[in-house]
Design a protein around this ligand. Sequence first.
Ligand SMILES: *Cc1c(COP(=O)(O)O)cnc(C)c1O
Length: 454
Amino acid sequence: MEVEVRTEWLSELKKTDPEMFDAIKKELDRQRTGLEMIPSENFTSVAVMQASGSVLTNKYSEGYPGKRYYGGNQFIDLVEKAAIERAKRLFGVVHANVQPYSGSPANMAVLLALCKPGDVISGLNLTDGGHLTHGWKTSETGQLFESVPYHVKPDGYIDIDEVRRIAMERKPRVIWVGATAYTREFPFEELGKIADESGAYLVADIAHIAGLIAGGAHKSPSPYVHVITTTTHKTLRGPRGAMIMVTEKGMKKDPELAEKIDKTIFPGLQGGPHDHTTAGIAIALLEASKPEFRQYAQQIVKNARALADELMKNGIKLVTDGTDNHMLLVDLTQFGKGKGVFVQDALDVAGITVNKNTIPNDPASPFYPSGIRMGTPAITTRGMKEAEMRTIGKLIAEVINEVKGYELPGDKEARQEYLKKFKAEVAENKKLIEIRQKVSELCSHFQLYPDINP
Ligand SMILES: *Cc1c(COP(=O)(O)O)cnc(C)c1O
């Protein structure tokens, strides 16, 4: 039987739930008219969204291809096997689990598979750019295991000597390499040697840079590490999800590694996999294996470099004075401490979405940090190139200069009041509103989802 495919996007939803329809339509408009510069975000393809919104959401398929607990999984098996094979090929690994619900549970699964509670683990400290799940104290990974974090040096680069010292003295069972706020290439090879000497498992969390690796714009960790985890929705440009991969080196160290990880995901941590997401991941992996995606990955980095250069020309300081990847970390301490919140909100008014972030040796707190993190993956997906980065760099510098005089009160009680007043003022700020119009104008030349009309 032929099934009629509806082409009007969200037409059913509009009838069923006008409230949700309205919210989604507004979010689409927001994405279209502003500059999305949060480095962990991207615009996935319509093909990926179609799979994510497909009938696969109806199915239960606990287990793995060929070994399911429920019947009727012959087509789901095709989907998951394709995703696994594509991941193996693209990242040069011998095993892939595509079922983790997202990056954080994937990382927890790796720790549970490799460690016992109380074992020592080591990752890049959160306020130095590391991820919560690499052992930060408020994450369960920092509660369940003994976390001995390493740091960046004053120049902003990973302190490899410190990693070596921790590895030899504290013998962590797992060493993480990966970050959410690090703008340089990761020293996979050096850390691989350290892990070999100390006996640790080295796990690369490539959540941010998976797309750059797939597209050849960042070195692959696969020859040097035992396990690789990644989200699928950042530079890889797939649906929200994650993967855990085991390398040849990992299987040599422990022939049961793949099995241990699979068992920890299911039945250890999760129930039925999200098959609609698995299909989206498979599609994203196919897209990422094409020559166009190689170009996309190279352009992300070119754009980040052009943006970095323009910001620095306009007197804005960057951690490590530049970038090797998709991300920039702006150091606002020349204007005072804890300025991130003001710049984030002012950029929001101007239609430029970024996030406040700690910088190495931040003089303020993680909640009121002194930096801003921004990235080029999403605006590169829209087709923007170096010339637009120059324009955007100038606009960002103007916004920073517009609000650099705001000062966070030392008294905690006074802060909320001050921030409220600040928000009201920037919402009315003429200069910022003028920049907002320039941003909308720029965005109108780089259409997002031109074929989608809710
Ligand atoms: C985003 C990210 C994660 C977590 O992913 P979620 O899907 O948000 O749980 C883990 N590690 C790194 C390095 C990340 O950047």
